[in-house]
Design a protein around this ligand. Structure first.
Ligand code: SF4
Length: 370
């Protein structure tokens, strides 16, 4: 039996831009070829070398021998009455049936023309952090996405909005399945690719990365002067309540978060956003508003109050309108800048992770006690 090893093909979508340049250099190709290939991959979204028509036939055949292009497959697409579209993608893993979700949330002018087309992307299959209100958290963690898989979600949805509305997507939020800063390299690399002029060319100012509060990575974003916006998923304004719903708070509490946020602001001079899901009778009282007002003093920031999409099997429920009104009045009293994000796509399982769970995703690792 021969033990000659068959050389493994390289997944071009797993390479960063500079790694792709090195890969092309090793093949003896000039630099502009790397740019052309990058553009085919990330602007035109091709899935085969044959489609790269400005490369010679010989070069396409050579690339086919040494490399391949991975990609996501769309499993389902649901459109809500309000225009929100939820996508379920299957990953390219042999023998596994991993799926992730992405959502496109449109905002329209009164005449029906889209004003903003926001895409919410996933960064992991499942999540290890086990927040009690989150459908993805109930799944546990399976694996990190590659940057190519994140860009694929964006690219697929961007080509859809171009067809449907004749408009590019306008904003990206890393708030889908997974904790983005737990997959730091993928998130920063994919955001860099998405803002590249040879790709979708979305300004970094329109890209927001969220985190439950991974303090080391928040500082890393600051040290690297990453140009993207930062949002902290706070959801409770005292350690007691945060401990109850977010297991991460046991090891990284509000004091640690405060230190990281101040560090981030000092180093970058940037403001940030706190995401605050409003749960009925849990975190929507006057005391919660007061605690929240102290947190927003850590650094220039604003608060997004998010009306929760109820999740099956979760006791916490979306706050009633009168409780929301009272909470907002309290925040105004404390001079807190807050906007309310109404829940979208209620009729299509648009809460993160709900669709994947319904489609039979199994259970993985978690840090939650349960
Ligand atoms: S809210 Fe975010 S960090 Fe928490 S379990 Fe869900 S995906 Fe993970």
């Amino acid at each position: 039996m021969s033990d000659t090893k068959v050389p493994q093909k390289t997944d071009l979508k797993a390479l960063t831009k500079s790694e792709l340049q090195d890969f092309c250099k090793e093949l003896g190709l000039p630099r502009f070829r790397a740019d052309q290939i990058f553009q085919w991959l990330y602007q035109k979204g091709v899935r085969s070398f044959d489609e790269m028509t400005n490369l010679s036939k010989d070069l396409r055949a050579r690339l086919d021998e040494v490399a391949f292009i991975s990609g996501l497959e769309v499993v389902s697409q649901q459109e809500s009455k309000d225009g929100t579209i939820k996508f379920l993608f299957r990953l390219d893993d042999e023998g596994k049936d991993y799926k992730v979700e992405a959502v496109m949330i449109p905002d329209f002018y009164p005449d029906g023309v889209p004003k903003r087309l926001t895409v919410c992307v996933s960064s992991q299959v499942g999540c290890v952090f086990g927040c009690s209100f989150c459908a993805t958290g109930k799944m546990g963690f399976f694996r990190n996405l590659t940057h190519g898989e994140v860009v694929d979600q964006v690219q697929y949805i961007n080509s859809l909005t171009e067809q449907k509305y004749d408009k590019k997507i306008t904003n990206i939020v890393y708030m889908g399945m997974g904790e983005p800063l737990h997959n730091y390299k993928t998130v920063t690399t994919s955001a860099e690719i998405i803002s590249d002029p040879l790709s979708i060319e979305l300004s970094p100012k329109r890209i927001t990365v969220s985190t439950v509060g991974l303090t080391k990575q928040i500082k890393q974003l600051a040290d690297e002067q990453q140009p993207f916006n930062l949002a902290i998923s706070l959801h409770a304004a005292s350690d007691g309540k945060r401990d109850e719903i977010m297991p991460i708070n046991n090891s990284m509490n509000l004091e640690a978060l405060e230190e990281a946020v101040k560090y981030y602001h000092q180093k970058t001079d940037r403001s940030l956003t706190y995401e605050y899901l409003l749960f009925d009778g849990f975190n929507d009282g006057p005391e919660d508003a007061r605690n929240l007002s102290n947190i927003v003093k850590w650094a220039p920031s604003k608060v997004n109050i998010i009306m929760y999409n109820n999740v099956m099997g979760v006791e916490l429920q979306r706050a009633r309108e009168e409780r929301l009104d009272n909470f907002l009045k309290e925040l105004i009293r404390y001079d807190v800048r807050a906007t309310v994000r109404r829940s979208r796509g209620d009729d299509i399982d648009a809460g993160c992770g709900q669709l994947a769970i319904r489609e039979g995703q199994e259970r993985g690792k978690t840090i939650a006690k349960t």
